[in-house]
Ligand binder design. Structure first.
Ligand code: FEO
Ligand code: CA
Ligand code: CA
Ligand code: CA
Length: 601
């Protein structure tokens, strides 16, 4: 028994065994409770959830669908309360509506879908004894941001011709945010949220005849006819032949002030446009934010943005206004990685490189700064709006789907979840390299990046693979050198966060080992480095998202429970959370220790 005393502080719990239980399974001695689920009322006037009587008006005041990123923020002045922020990535109409006809959605269904996207801000009350959290509906700070909420485009490409539409000839105001995946919180008190697979909402790319327009759409994954949800029937902005630039107004990092429900959220053009997975800042020694970001696509890239401006301290109106502009001026970079192992060794065969580690050096390549482009043949505005094309030209390293990117608050080392890439090494596709070492990579890896001189504004870094995921019995796996018989199997790392002790927590999406997704903790230094332990598992069809790990509480977003082949609102794929035969509802769950002590202490 390699039990609890040998684990690092914060990770002293009995690991949950891999399983396929249709529930949230937590370690022995831990309790759990749902905090909020899809449809729960948040705003004044919103009704209780009624699966058979959904309306767009009701949904606009209720918690949205498919919660992904979570932030749990202090709420000064209100003891025993915190502020919960959740993303709502996408809708699954088949699971939401009984009698849904995918060929003929109704306008009301489309509008419910718009209202179920975006973000929720809701005050939650802490339980006096345990770790349960209860929403406070109708609190004045509560807010819903949806696919129709006005956003301001800011930064060097705002107002560009590439961003103008018939409804917005200035190119500065966008309606809504779509496919918000993970995100981040800033030291100046705002929330960042990443627009990811926005391509799926836009129709008729196959009818575009202009070759440059078609090539740009294709690089962003748009090639088909009608969209899955057919929203183009109800709003022509979703038809790229009607409104060619509307799609350019999605795929950005969004920032908003969760404490001010009247504030206008922003889309930051300086951070580039791609399938943004997440964004998490770190400050330079002189107080400028550096934002690390991933583009979640097979063979796409890792980026960072370095601001020119220093963060203002304090909570004055002037300081807040200043800080909301921090991400508008700076330099956008993309990463190029080189391995240092013998070049004649064939990687992808399940062996460690002959020098014992998957590691090497790297360079941040400048793409654009303000109005200056560093990419031949592209203006700065083109670099910001078609960042993928700029990074292709710059010779960036094609990675295995960069998901969450998280700097350690303790060490400054940056961790990148490379979730999987089953196309690696396929005919006509790039083969393995030292950072992406496996062909047909089903289980993914976690990369650790160390900026030279620990300077996040610099252009050189060192890197190594911290984890090569999979079944520890599979010889191609690697857990920072920790003995493999003492680790939990992990597959498809996605979201990352740190606990108060500096341990990395990893949630998974798409477990390819035959068990359900879950949440794992792992020490990143010391004698337990690499000892990965599973903390919980989620129900049928669900992905584990948004982990927040506080001293006494772990929060996860259970996204798309019941999303399995053939499932529908009539025949749910999971009985979670409301019981057998009830429509599946994505929800946020809080977990704590029954004896009231700290998590994993
Ligand atoms: Fe929405 Fe890349 O996960
Ligand atoms: Ca090496
Ligand atoms: Ca994700
Ligand atoms: Ca994912």
């Amino acid at each position: 028994e390699h039990g609890r005393h040998k684990a690092a502080r914060g990770l002293r719990f009995d690991a949950v065994a891999p399983n396929t239980a249709d529930t949230v399974t937590v370690p022995e001695g831990y309790e759990q409770k749902i905090v909020i689920r899809w449809g729960d009322p948040i705003l004044r006037g919103a009704p209780a959830f009624d699966a058979e009587r959904q309306t767009a008006k009701a949904q606009a005041g209720q918690f949205g669908y498919n919660n992904d990123f979570l932030a749990l923020l202090d709420l000064p002045g209100e003891r025993g309360h915190q502020l919960l922020v959740a993303n709502h990535e996408y809708t699954d109409e088949q699971l939401m509506f009984t009698g849904y006809d995918p060929e003929n959605p109704t306008r009301e269904q489309a509008e419910i879908g718009w209202a179920a996207h975006g973000l929720s801000v809701v005050v939650v009350r802490e339980d006096r004894r345990g770790g349960a959290l209860t929403p406070v509906p109708r609190h004045r700070i509560n807010r819903r941001i949806t696919a129709t909420t006005p956003f301001r485009l800011t930064g060097p490409a705002a107002g560009s011709e590439l961003l103008r539409t018939s409804a917005d000839p200035e190119g500065t105001t966008v309606l809504g945010t779509l496919n918000n995946c993970a995100g981040g919180t800033t030291p100046w008190g705002t929330v960042l949220s990443a627009e990811e697979n926005f391509n799926q909402y836009f129709a008729h790319a196959d009818s575009v005849t202009d070759p440059e327009h078609a090539a740009r759409l294709k690089r962003y994954g748009l090639s088909g006819g009608a969209s899955d949800r057919k929203w183009e029937r109800f709003d022509p902005r979703f038809d790229v032949t009607e409104e060619p630039n509307e799609v350019n107004r999605f795929g950005w990092i969004v920032e908003f002030d969760p404490y001010d429900p009247e504030s206008v959220p922003r889309k930051h053009t300086a951070l580039g446009r791609f399938k943004h997975e997440a964004a998490q800042p770190r400050l330079t020694r002189d107080g400028r934010p550096v934002i690390y970001m991933g583009d979640d696509e097979r063979f796409d890239y890792m980026y960072k943005f370095v601001s020119n401006r220093r963060m203002a301290r304090g909570d004055s109106r002037a300081a807040r206004e200043h800080n909301l502009g921090l991400l508008d001026e700076g330099t956008l970079y993309v990463a190029k990685l080189d391995g240092n192992s013998p070049a004649d060794q064939v990687l992808g065969d399940g062996e460690l490189p002959r020098d014992g580690e998957f590691d090497g050096s790297g360079e941040w390549i400048k793409l654009a700064s303000g109005d200056t482009s560093y990419v031949e043949g592209m203006t700065a505005e083109e670099v910001y709006v078609f960042t993928r094309i700029a990074a292709d030209k710059a010779g960036a390293t094609k990675m295995d789907r960069p998901e969450d990117v998280e700097p350690s608050p303790r060490t400054g080392k940056v961790y990148v979840a490379l979730t999987n890439n089953t196309d690696r090494g396929k005919d006509g596709k790039p083969g393995p390299d030292e950072a992406n070492p496996r062909n047909a990579n089903k289980h993914g890896q976690v990369l650790e990046l160390s900026e030279r001189w620990d300077n996040p504004a610099g252009t050189r870094f060192a890197w190594r693979l911290f984890l090569v995921c999979g079944d520890p019995e599979d010889e191609s796996t690697y857990f920072a050198g920790f003995p493999k018989e003492q680790v939990s199997p992990i597959s498809c790392p996605d979201n990352l966060t740190f606990d108060p002790y500096g341990n990395l927590w990893i949630s998974t999406d798409g477990n390819a080992l035959g068990n359900h997704d879950g949440l794992f903790g792992v020490a990143t230094s010391g004698r337990n480095e690499g000892q990965i332990k599973q903390f919980l598992t989620v129900p049928v069809g669900a992905e584990t998202c948004g982990p927040v790990v506080q001293e006494r509480r772990v929060l996860v977003a259970v996204q798309h429970p019941g999303e399995v082949d053939g499932a529908s609102a009539e025949q749910p794929g999971s009985a979670w959370p409301d019981g057998p035969g009830k429509v599946s509802r994505p929800a946020v769950v809080s977990v704590w220790r029954r004896d009231g002590r700290d998590i994993g202490a």
